[in-house]
Design a protein around this ligand. Structure first.
Ligand code: AMP
Ligand code: MG
Length: 335
């Protein structure tokens, strides 16, 4: 069990050291393996409360699951406004903020393109150009009508579809952290499929060490370490979901303008921030924007740092990114 646990930490992204095994619980929720580690005061009922909350979020925000709020909004596209739970409203509103902030590089109405490509599903495929051309006009966050008072969401045109895949896990991590805080658990690690939030600090007072995935290797190989306290570390990368066709790799972050996976020399973008919903939306936004504009966006925000990994194995860091490189095939450059 002890060895298993150590391997588990390494695989999921948080390097805690293997001095003392801590109870960890993992469940498959939100389309990924969610792993929670509660230290010291971690009681079964706190674990249960967290996983119940994650399941609740999935039941409200998943696109693929029939009957969720997001599913109902998509079904009613072009027809009518749909009342959603206030938490769903909040996440959609935040997604729209990031769509604005990123000039549309991040767009929660990317649903029709995600379905077309089927990336992360059983049968992904390279769509015909005509199919992409037909889907592109349906992607536009400006055509989301939000009514805060009524808590309704209306997608103005038939065929439009929301996809909160780039932001919901961040929201879920913040919710898990809120439960941990309320339960007075002093330290914890929340890992929602590589979307990490570290709560409190290590018992010896040193920061947590979070491994940054090598984007060219299978999960569990790291290029370096971020040291963090009370932070979330979220990565968007080409390795997360992809398929191959005729030797070409197609990953899951799509350009709302072109309809294809974004190609801009980046392999991954990691965001270090205080709120996971922001870090999640930002990692996708910044990846989609590319280095120059993405970096400018990070620099314009308080308390946000970024790590850019490029396909020539160079790494660029923004101010405040406490990153230690451990893989000598990569190189930190300063512009
Ligand atoms: P992440 O792993 O957080 O970067 O989110 C990627 C997921 O968000 C994809 O699997 C899609 O479901 C969705 N997505 C893809 N492209 C975009 C985009 N340009 N804007 C918003 N969401 C996107
Ligand atoms: Mg994201």
């Amino acid at each position: 069990m002890y060895t298993l646990l150590c391997i588990f930490f390494v695989l999921t992204g948080t390097l805690t050291g293997c001095s003392k095994p801590e109870p960890t619980q993992a469940e498959f929720v939100l389309g990924t393996v969610c792993t929670i580690t509660l230290y010291d005061a971690g009681k079964p009922k706190v674990y249960r409360a967290i996983f119940d909350r994650l399941v609740e979020i999935e039941k409200r925000m998943s696109v693929g699951m029939e009957g969720t709020d997001v599913y109902r909004v998509n079904e009613a596209a072009g027809i009518e406004a749909v009342v959603v739970h206030p938490t769903v409203f909040e996440v959609i509103e935040r997604a729209v903020d990031f769509a604005k902030l990123s000039g549309g590089a991040f767009d929660p109405t990317v649903g029709p393109l995600v379905s077309l490509w089927g990336i992360g599903k059983d049968n992904p495929r390279l769509p015909e150009q005509a199919e992409i051309d037909a889907a592109l006009p349906l992607i536009n966050w400006r055509d989301i009508d939000l009514d805060r008072e009524k808590s309704t969401v209306f997608l103005k045109r038939p065929g439009m579809a929301l996809d909160l895949g780039a932001i919901a896990k961040g929201y879920a991590a913040d919710e898990a952290a809120a439960i941990i805080k309320k339960a007075k658990v002093p330290r914890a690690i929340i890992d929602l499929g590589g979307n990490i939030l570290v709560y409190g600090e290590k018992p010896d007072g040193t920061p947590w060490r979070v491994g940054i995935q090598n984007p060219l290797e299978t999960r569990g190989a790291y290029i370096g370490i971020v040291e963090a306290r009370e932070k979330t570390v979220v990565t968007s990368g080409v390795y997360e979901r992809y398929f191959e066709s005729d030797g070409v790799r197609y990953h899951h972050i799509l350009s709302p303008a072109l309809g294809y996976p974004v190609q801009n020399g980046l392999l991954s973008v990691t965001i270090i921030a205080s709120r996971s919903i922001d870090a999640d939306a930002l990692s996708t936004s910044v990846f989609a924007l590319g280095y120059k504009e993405g970096r400018a966006l990070i620099d314009s925000l308080e308390d946000v740092a970024g790590i850019f990994v490029f396909d020539d194995l160079s790494i660029r860091l923004t101010k405040g990114a406490s990153f230690r490189l451990t893989d000598d095939k990569y190189q930190i450059v300063s512009d």
